[in-house]
Design a protein around this ligand. Structure first.
Ligand code: ANZ
Length: 814
């Protein structure tokens, strides 16, 4: 293939050689002293991979290469860059694979890790292998268990029986975050609801801070939004509806509801209790016990997420009981329906079918009264609709009237009246639920607590950590909620020094545990006395940038922030947030923009690509495909073009000096400026395009100065590090280019020659001005429309069309 044309550039030998040298010279590893004393530290963190048996996929390589190019750039800029790598190896993926091949995951993981390490070294990442972690190693999970004990001590871990999501295919419970549209996030199986005693972390206590601190970190808007929505904070009121008997007399009990729209109380024509609500028995008319109980039993089997869907056909049954609407004094019927959940608000709602869509649908199905109480120009608002012009009607009762007010005023007035009259209080709520943390599978960290026969639970003393995961021969999940570890009877039974017998906790931690704090352990992975040395933690945290997949927005990223805040409160870390800046890379798609998958047969194997064209071609190609955050299709032609570009650049670095002067000075400074500005914004694709242009300039001239070669090599090196080192050494340097300074540009020399833009109004030339050739078309257009002569010729009319011909012309049609 292309090798004959390569003029001596032979990627496989060059790449092998430099990978060996980096390792021998410790180019990318830190000593302890360097770690402690770095004056300008830059913690370049990327989401660590789970080491599957298949090896790294091209998407992993994409994320890691983007992060690595960024890290290499920061290093050339003079920062001390820490770029660790590790393995997130507990969890159901590894366990299922182990079951499939009939081996213990303990025996499989090391070979997967070895294969991943080989591949990661092969792509030339600047990884500091002396600071690697593997979450399944006892010296690592000892500290994961330690964090669990800290949460327990702080009163943030509790065991309780509750309705939970059960995935019948994964044969374990799931956290709410793992249920997407009623299905298991991992395998797509509809989840079932079960009542089982489980471990929960009280993440809800941190909801407000998890929200508030989003304002202080530089994260993609998309991810922030996902967290805000997931936490789901709302403002409203809680109000009491007294229960009345058949004659309308108050029984002394009241049912409290949570509503975000207390102002719509005059439109509340019925009430709905969650089937699990504790007052269902008390309100149900004895004659209706049979249908009410039958409905309740059926609801138990449904999962919580499916129950909340707006478009789901609503079901429910009347209890025959009544409550009083506190504002209107009317008697309204009480129903039970599964669209109201026990775990949210108070588990009871005032139903306002005139304005709430779900209530509207339910009322329609059940023939209940629909009473809109907000109108615009005499027309009622539709359910779910909002308008600043809406005013209340039919909203007056003993003690309060909202008629004629707008919504903002109505909300204030009703809350004031509720509080004054004692019918209710202003209240807020969050959708976030406590984090269900235990799992019934084998391949996870044991939870370090002991239980006795009387139901007491005690932590395993810190000195006895880690609680080692026992080796189980048969770890096939049973499908019953009893955890697998219960089978390890020798391990489960413990006798303490007083002869008292205990049973070990047999639930394991979920796959999210190890990844909640690995970025701390990277800094100090061999520490035996604590999770991380405080001085090193202070030097390196928070991570300056965190690059990884967008799918972790409300799973890993929420959990890690929560653990970090707890560790901060307990004085174990010095920063409130773990990750200062977050970037999400896009996906690499198949050649036809479809997802890559084994079943489609369109998976690109990175080993094959590296074998054929070299790691640098792969790296450079992936970075050239487009902005890091965007999804983009793979192109075999594209990567071959990039391999040829590396050859051209190789030859350019060997061109002879010009006879005199510095003919490419301006082009060189322009290139430095463009590459610098683009790389700074993580716009690698346009930076690479600028380097291609520069290589064309040199190639055409058939000359290059030493300075041209120095600049080209350094600028290209973050993307093609092996190529860079080889060229650098051939230019006569002994030391690695990784510690060289990043080239600087002179703004005067970097200024591009200006282009003259002609502006036409209705086909006639009316003005001219000069612009920088890099000015985006929208800015050129804006400048044309702001031009004095143009404004005169527009005579106050609005242009119908503005056409920009880049670099030449703006045509305005009025
Ligand atoms: C009356 C009303 C009128 C409501 C209206 C909304 C619109 P967010 O905003 O998501 O927090 N609700 C309260 N508790 C519920 C539960 N346990 N299960 C299902 N729905 C529940 O939602 C708050 C609103 O969701 C509450 O405000 C309540 O309906 C409903 F025009 O009360 B609203």
């Amino acid at each position: 293939m292309v090798n004959e044309e390569r003029d001596g550039y032979e990627p496989s030998t060059v790449e092998d050689k430099w990978q060996r040298r980096w390792e021998e010279r410790g180019t990318n590893s830190f000593t302890l002293d360097e770690l402690r004393s770095a004056t300008d530290p830059y913690y370049n963190l990327m989401m660590f991979p789970y080491p599957s048996a298949e090896g790294l996929h091209i998407g992993n390589i994409y994320a890691f290469t983007g992060a690595d190019a960024h890290g290499r750039y920061q290093r050339l800029r003079g920062r001390t860059v820490f770029e660790p790598m590790g393995f997130d190896a507990f969890g159901i993926h590894s366990e299922n694979f182990a079951l499939k091949v009939g081996k213990n995951p303990m025996d499989l993981i090391p070979s997967n890790v070895a294969n991943f390490t080989r591949q990661l070294k092969r792509i030339g990442g600047m990884f500091d292998w002396d600071h690697s972690v593997d979450t399944t190693q006892p010296e690592y999970y000892k500290w994961t268990q330690w964090v669990f004990l800290k949460l327990l001590e702080a009163g943030l871990a509790e065991q309780k029986e509750a309705p939970v999501n059960w995935c019948p295919s994964c044969k374990t419970v799931l956290a709410n975050e793992q249920v997407v549209g009623g299905e298991c996030e991992r395998c797509g199986t509809p989840v079932e609801q079960r009542r089982i005693k489980q471990w929960f972390f009280k993440i809800t206590k941190y909801a407000q801070r998890l929200l508030d601190n989003l304002g202080h970190i530089d994260w993609s808007e998309r991810t922030k939004k996902s967290q805000i929505n997931w936490i789901g904070r709302s403002e409203g009121a809680r109000l009491d509806f007294p229960v009345v008997d058949g004659d309308g007399k108050e029984t002394g009990t009241a049912i409290e509801v949570y509503t975000t729209r207390p102002d719509t109380v005059f439109g509340a024509t019925y009430m709905v209790l969650s089937p699990e609500h504790p007052l269902v028995d008390a309100v149900t008319n004895p004659g209706l016990h049979a249908p009410v109980y039958a409905y309740r039993d059926k609801a138990k089997q449904k999962d919580l997420v499916a129950r909340q869907k707006v478009d789901k056909t609503k079901t429910g049954v009347a209890t025959g009981g009544f409550v009083l609407n506190p504002a209107s004094g009317e008697k309204v019927p009480v129903w039970i329906a599964d669209y109201v959940l026990m775990g949210y608000g108070t588990g009871a709602i005032m139903a306002v079918p005139g304005h709430d869509e779900r209530d509207y649908e339910f009322a329609g199905t059940m023939g209940l009264e629909i009473r809109p109480i907000l109108e615009v120009d005499g027309e009622p608002l539709a359910p779910g609709e909002d308008s600043p012009r809406a005013r209340y009607v039919r909203s007056a009762g003993p003690g309060v009237s909202l008629d004629g007010l707008d919504v903002a005023a109505g909300k204030r007035a009703i809350v004031a009246w509720l509080e004054e009259s004692g019918h209710g209080v202003a209240a807020s709520n969050t959708k976030l639920r406590d984090w269900l943390f235990s799992r019934q599978r084998y391949w996870g960290e044991p939870i370090p607590v002991l239980h006795d026969d009387e139901g007491n639970t005690v932590p395993v003393p810190e000195s006895e950590l880690p609680v080692l995961l026992p080796e189980l021969e048969d770890f096939q999940p049973s499908g019953r909620p009893e955890p697998l570890l219960a089978k390890a009877t020798d391990w489960v039974e413990v006798t303490d020094e007083n002869g008292k017998r205990w049973r070990r906790e047999t639930n394991t931690m979920p796959q999210w545990a190890g990844s909640c704090w690995y970025y701390l352990r990277y800094i100090d992975p061999r520490n035996e006395t604590g999770p991380v040395d405080p001085a090193k933690e202070r030097a390196w945290m928070p991570a300056d940038i965190y690059i990884g997949g967008a799918e972790h927005a409300v799973l890993h990223l929420l959990y890690a922030r929560f653990w970090h805040k707890v560790l901060f409160d307990l004085g174990h870390v010095s920063t409130k947030e773990p990750f200062r800046k977050l970037m999400n890379q896009g996906m690499i798609l198949g050649e036809n923009s479809e997802k890559m998958s084994k079943s489609r047969g369109n998976v690109i194997n990175p080993d094959d690509v590296v074998e054929e064209l070299g790691a640098d071609a792969l790296r450079l190609y992936e970075m050239f495909m487009g902005p890091l955050e965007v999804d983009k299709p793979w192109s075999t032609n594209g990567i071959q073009g990039i391999a040829r570009f590396l050859d051209r650049a190789w030859r350019a670095a060997q061109l002879t000096e010009p006879d005199s002067g510095d003919p490419h000075e301006r082009a060189r400074h322009r290139t430095i400026r463009k590459v610098h500005e683009d790389v700074e914004r993580v716009r690698f694709n346009t930076a690479i395009a600028a380097l291609m242009e520069y290589v064309n300039v040199l190639t055409k001239a058939e000359t290059a100065t030493a300075e041209d070669k120095r600049v080209l090599t350094l600028l290209l090196s973050p993307f093609a590090p092996h190529w860079g080192e080889e060229v650098w050494s051939r230019l006569g340097h002994d030391a690695s280019l990784a510690n060289e300074p990043w080239p600087e540009f002179d703004p005067e020399l970097a200024r591009a020659e200006m282009l003259t833009i002609v502006v036409q109004v209705n086909g006639k030339v009316r003005s001219r001005f000069d612009v920088d050739p890099d000015l985006p078309p929208d800015d050129v257009k804006a400048q044309a429309l702001a031009d004095d002569a143009v404004i005169r010729h527009l005579e106050g009319k609005t242009p119908r069309k503005v056409i920009v011909v880049p670099g030449r012309l703006v045509n305005i049609v009025v």
